[in-house]
Design a protein around this ligand. Structure first.
Ligand SMILES: [Zn+2]
Length: 124
């Protein structure tokens, strides 16, 4: 299911109660669970609750992160980063790097968006 540009969502951590509010900069796909930003727990999607944009809870939720599609250049870079046979790479850091690039490439190719902090820091 493709989610729409402009939709806002909330991710909530069961362990530490931390929350982030996300906004989609493009149409695309976002994950149901992401790593928590303030502990090692997992944050779950609030499934785009309508209440995010209502004032009934006495406070307004401000967008803290955004999701955007990878650019063509980024996708090409991911593809370059997972060339060749990982079984022939002797260095563990390089194997890890290959795997990250491969995962990012598959994710981006399938419409997956990446999570970005408002200061431009990329997460996943
Ligand atoms: Zn947490």
């Amino acid at each position: 299911m493709v989610e729409k540009k402009g939709q806002r969502n909330i991710y909530h951590c069961e362990s530490c109660k931390h929350e982030i509010v996300t906004e989609n900069m493009n149409d695309g796909v976002t994950p149901f669970m992401i790593g928590c930003r303030s502990c090692d727990g997992e944050m779950r999607s609030g499934m785009y609750p309508k209440s995010l944009d209502s004032k009934q809870y006495g406070h307004t939720y401000i967008t803290t992160h955004y999701w955007r599609r990878n650019t063509e250049e980024e996708i090409v870079a991911f593809k370059e980063g997972c060339k060749g046979d990982p079984g022939k790479i002797a260095n563990d850091d390089e194997v890890r790097n290959w795997m990250v690039n491969r995962a990012c490439y598959d994710h981006a190719k399938n419409g997956g968006m990446m999570l970005i902090n408002l200061d431009g820091t990329k997460y996943e």
